[in-house]
Write a protein that binds this ligand. Structure first.
Ligand SMILES: CC(C)(COP(=O)(O)OP(=O)(O)OC[C@H]1O[C@@H](n2cnc3c(N)ncnc32)[C@H](O)[C@@H]1OP(=O)(O)O)[C@@H](O)C(=O)NCCC(=O)NCCS
Length: 386
């Protein structure tokens, strides 16, 4: 391959063929299996959307009931996983704890022949257990026992209950579920690509999902939502916004929650999330961080609009999670609780027609070099070993 064909970050290079989600970064469109996210957020639930993504169609009522029931049944995690969490450092990041637990779960559920039952069992277990692990680590790092799942609650209410011990207002649970729908899938992003590469080796799906979780944790990907809330708190008041943004830009630092490799307009998920923030604050009380966020968006529009940098999905989601009482360090694990649906859809699609990922490289190193014995190497000479 000639050097000219190399695209840093594989920008614009198709890595797979997929019919799971469609994105138009110029028009600001995102569809799951052809259905606009605006429709799904208004009318669907996260589990119904997960079924749509993974199984390619909206389920019949009886199929959704069966799917929901199976996910409910798998909520508990093995006591040995809980024992393992006890040994984690309290200062550890919840994404690292989640990645470790998901990889460990794979030891309990070894890979099997790729059949309908195996896929159904894997999908429903992972959808069910990821929220339980996130909540368990959150409780245990504070010295509490984990709160067991409550089978009488739906998935979003149960997660919020396991975090706080309180059954949430149904309106808040619905808002949380809408956020999960919006984060459920987004074509071949970095974490999905990492999952695809691992899955293509025919590794255990728990390993493939653990790869994705590790990849999502970075601040250029899922970790940005946590950083947005940190930024809004650091700014502290509307008056501080402009000097804060100008100083960061002068130092060539990024503004978290702004910009996207695909979207050259405001991310359609950010538009919906902003509406949700407004409804949430109207019903449950306002806080100053929304005003600060609006000012950040305005100043960035002025200073970065010419580079087509606008709010992405992470910009407004943190404000919602904060209002729901979810601590900042759980924002990215919450992203994983949603994105697990998209990862599983891509896992199933990849394995239905698998080919090992094995890209090539543009070699830029030396060739035909002599081996220099250690007593003849000089620190400042070209003979120094790298
Ligand atoms: C998401 C992201 C990595 C995509 O960026 P990308 O396609 O790789 O684009 P680049 O990082 O090459 O940036 C292109 C230009 O826009 C600027 N830019 C991009 N995002 C920016 C941001 N959030 N704040 C300030 N400048 C930004 C870069 O500095 C660069 O400017 P230059 O051409 O003058 O050097 C990037 O926008 C970013 O880091 N955003 C902040 C993190 C974030 O919110 N991530 C969540 C994504 S959903």
């Amino acid at each position: 391959m000639a050097d000219g064909e190399y695209k840093p970050g594989l920008e614009g290079v198709p890595a797979t063929r997929s019919n799971i989600s469609y994105v138009d970064g110029q028009a600001g469109i995102l569809e799951y299996r052809g259905i606009a996210i605006e429709e799904l957020t208004a009318h669907s639930s996260f589990l119904e959307t997960a079924h749509l993504l993974i199984y390619d169609h909206l389920p019949l009522v009886k199929d959704l009931e069966e799917f929901t029931e199976a996910v409910r049944e798998h909520r508990r995690v093995k006591y040995r996983i809980i024992d393992m969490i006890k040994s984690f450092p309290e200062s550890g990041h919840p994404m690292d704890a989640l990645q470790t637990c998901v990889a460990a779960l794979g030891m309990f559920y070894p890979i099997q022949e790729f059949s309908h039952d195996y896929v159904f069992g894997t999908v429903t277990r992972l959808l069910a257990k990821v929220p339980t692990v996130v909540a368990a680590f959150h409780q245990m790092r504070q010295g509490n026992d984990p709160i067991p799942p409550d089978d009488s609650l739906d998935r979003p209410s149960n997660f919020l209950y396991m975090l706080s011990g309180k059954i949430p207002d149904p309106k808040l649970a619905r808002i949380f579920d809408q956020c999960l729908i919006l984060h459920a899938e987004h074509t071949v992003n970095a974490s999905t690509f990492a999952m695809l590469v691992t899955a293509s080796t025919l590794a255990n799906p728990y390993s493939a999902i653990a790869s994705a979780i590790g990849t999502l944790s970075g601040q250029l990907h899922g970790g940005a939502n946590e950083q947005v809330m940190v930024m809004l708190r650091q700014i502290g008041s509307v008056g501080n916004v402009r000097p804060y943004i100008e100083e960061r830009l002068a130092k060539k630092q990024k503004i978290m929650g702004m910009g996207h490799r695909i979207y050259k307009v405001k991310d359609p998920r950010a538009i919906i999330l902003q509406k949700i923030v407004e409804e949430l604050f109207e019903t449950f009380g306002h806080n100053k961080y929304y005003d600060i966020a609006l000012e950040v968006e305005k100043v960035c529009d002025e200073l970065l609009g010419s580079k087509e940098i606008y709010p992405n999905v992470d910009f407004y989601s943190g404000l919602i999670y904060d209002k729901l009482g979810i601590p900042e360090e759980l924002f990215t694990p919450v992203f994983a609780i949603a994105r697990i649906a998209g990862w599983l859809a891509h896992w199933r699609e990849q394995l239905s027609d698998n080919r090992l990922f094995r890209p090539t490289q543009v070699y830029t190193g030396l060739r035909n070099q002599p081996y220099i014995h250690s007593d003849r190497r000089h620190p400042n000479s070209s003979h120094e070993l790298h």
